[in-house]
Design a protein around this ligand. Structure first.
Ligand SMILES: [Zn+2]
Length: 205
C-alpha cells in the first residue's frame, strides 16, 4: 500500500467511478488499513451517511459541507482517504488533497470530468494535474450502445436540457445518462417559457 499518492478515477455519469472507489476501499479494509470515506453533502444520490454506487454497493461515509472540513475529519493515523464526487468541492479542495498527500496519506478520489455542458467540472482539471495516477473510465452510450460514452446528458422530462440550465440542480425532476460524442446534444434554447420552467425546477416550488 503506497502512501504519498493521489489516485483519481474520472469519467461521465454511469461509468462506474464510485463502484471502482468502493472496490479499492474494500481492498484497503481487507489489508486492515485505517480508512476514511468522505463525500460532499450536495450529493443527492445517498441520503444517509454513506456512498452508494449504481449497482447497489455502499459504504459508510462522512458528509462534509466544504473542502476545509475534510482536514478536521481526517485523523493523523488514517492511512487512506477516499473522497467521492470531487467535482462538487470548492477551490480549497486542491490544497486539501495536496496537504493529505504530503502528510503521507493515500488519497483515492472520484469525480465527473465534464459537466452536462461538456465543460470541465469545478476543480477537476487542477485535480487531474495533481493526481499520481488517473483512470478515465467511459460508460456505455444510452442512445447507440457505443462503449465510449464520455459525456453526461442531462434530461428533463426525457428531453435534453439547453445551455441555460443551472449547473447543479438539487431536487429537480431531471435525469442523467451517459452518451458518446456523436449522440450528445446541447440545445441553445433561450425562450422565456423554458427559463421559467427551469427556475421552478431549481427551487422546487
Ligand atoms: Zn452514442
Amino acid at each position: 500500500m503506497q502512501g504519498y499518492s493521489f489516485e483519481l478515477v474520472t469519467g461521465p455519469m454511469g461509468c462506474g467511478k464510485t463502484e471502482e472507489l468502493l472496490r479499492r476501499v474494500r481492498r484497503t479494509i481487507i489489508a486492515k488499513k485505517k480508512v476514511k470515506v468522505i463525500s460532499p453533502e450536495v450529493d443527492t444520490r445517498a441520503h444517509g451517511d454513506y456512498i452508494e454506487s449504481r449497482n447497489g454497493l455502499w459504504l459508510e461515509a462522512i458528509k462534509v459541507k466544504n473542502a476545509a472540513q475534510i482536514l478536521s475529519v481526517v485523523k493523523q493515523d488514517d492511512e487512506i482517504v477516499a473522497i467521492d464526487e470531487l467535482q462538487f468541492f470548492d477551490e480549497y479542495i486542491v490544497k486539501v488533497i495536496s496537504k493529505l498527500v504530503e502528510a503521507g496519506k493515500k488519497v483515492i478520489g472520484t469525480g465527473l470530468d465534464l459537466d452536462f455542458k461538456a465543460e470541465p467540472f469545478g476543480y477537476m482539471p487542477e485535480l487531474m494535474c495533481l493526481a499520481t495516477k488517473i483512470d478515465k473510465l467511459s460508460a456505455v452510450c444510452m442512445k447507440c450502445g457505443s462503449e465510449y460514452a464520455t459525456r453526461t446528458q442531462r434530461l428533463v422530462d426525457g428531453k435534453p436540457v439547453d445551455k441555460n440550465s443551472p449547473l447543479i440542480m438539487i431536487g429537480g425532476d431531471e435525469t442523467y445518462e451517459a452518451r458518446c460524442i456523436k449522440c450528445y446534444e446541447l440545445p441553445d434554447v433561450k425562450s422565456e417559457t423554458r427559463k421559467r420552467e427551469f427556475k421552478l425546477l431549481h427551487f422546487g416550488e
